[in-house]
Write a protein that binds this ligand. Structure first.
Ligand SMILES: C[S@@+](CC[C@H](N)C(=O)[O-])C[C@H]1O[C@@H](n2cnc3c(N)ncnc32)[C@H](O)[C@@H]1O
Length: 260
């Protein structure tokens, strides 16, 4: 029997599933912003009254972190309704008033045109949410949508993994490349670089790019690369953050005039 390819519907169902909801809700309540996120947010979004858009907000870990730092013009969305409900309830509990929460898909923001205007001064897609969109064209669609709803010069902050981040990773991905050459990869995967696994957070789809792929995707969708660095080079994280999350690469890009 043919294995079903992973789609956006698979990913949405996995994030709406109980283990994921518990995992991300706990992080939103207990963990808050990582030191690296805080440093890059404060560096790249100095105006706390500027309209910011957070994609893939989940249960609100970053959203509430932004609000706690004094950002007061926030719109946050996620395509997993269960997580958005948790974010709304945490915002109410923390007295974080005025945050606009939406149930929306990053690859198609057109249905939300009235809420997503006027253009945003910045956008965030943190903790690898962009890489949880299966299919490179779909990730590019999300980058184009963020470009469309942001004003020229707006900055985009996001994270990814990096297949070349360590010698061990490079060896593991060389072996995976051989499996793809032989057609022996997990048949549910869409592209080389994809992973689909299960742990205490439930089932997780993740695309792991190399650096070149992201540089090309930014250029193809009208974003100008400004900065990238591995998290360990940005800030030292607490044990709790290291237990919650793998090493990742931070990216900052600026919105060009029009997508190429
Ligand atoms: C790793 S979680 C991070 C959640 C939250 N930002 C955090 O750091 O705790 C990635 C989030 O991206 C969301 N996501 C993935 N694809 C999406 C899409 N196409 N549109 C909107 N949200 C999406 C998932 O539902 C999930 O909540």
């Amino acid at each position: 029997m043919d294995a079903q390819k992973i789609t956006a519907a698979t990913v949405r169902a996995d994030f709406n599933d109980l283990p994921a909801v518990v995992h991300y809700t706990r992080a939103a309540h207990e963990l808050g912003l990582w030191s690296s996120e805080r440093a890059l947010i404060e560096r790249n979004f100095p105006d706390r009254s500027a309209p910011l858009l957070e994609a893939g907000c989940g249960a609100g870990r970053v959203t509430i972190g932004l609000w706690s730092l004094g950002y007061r013009n926030l719109t946050a969305f996620d395509f997993a309704q269960e997580l958005v409900d948790q974010a709304i309830s945490l915002a109410a509990e923390r007295g974080a008033e005025g945050i606009r929460f939406l149930h929306a898909d990053a690859t198609d923001l057109a249905p939300h045109a009235s809420v997503l205007a006027p253009p945003f001064a910045g956008a965030l897609f943190l903790f690898n949410g962009l890489m949880q969109i299966p299919g490179r064209e779909n990730r590019r669609a999300a980058l184009r949508e963020l470009h469309r709803v942001c004003r020229p010069g707006a900055q985009l902050l996001f994270t990814t993994h990096d297949r070349d981040s360590s010698p061990t990773e490079r060896v593991l991905w060389r072996l995976e490349a051989q499996r793809w050459t032989r057609g022996e990869q997990d048949q549910r995967l869409v592209e080389f670089g994809d992973r689909y696994f299960e742990d205490e957070a439930g089932r997780t789809f993740m695309h792991l790019p190399d650096r070149r792929e992201i540089l090309d995707d930014l250029a193809a969708t009208g974003w100008r690369h400004i900065f990238d660095a591995m998290r360990a080079a940005v800030a030292k994280e607490s044990r709790a953050v290291l237990d919650f999350s793998d090493e990742c690469r931070f990216w900052v890009a600026a919105r060009g005039i029009s997508p190429s």
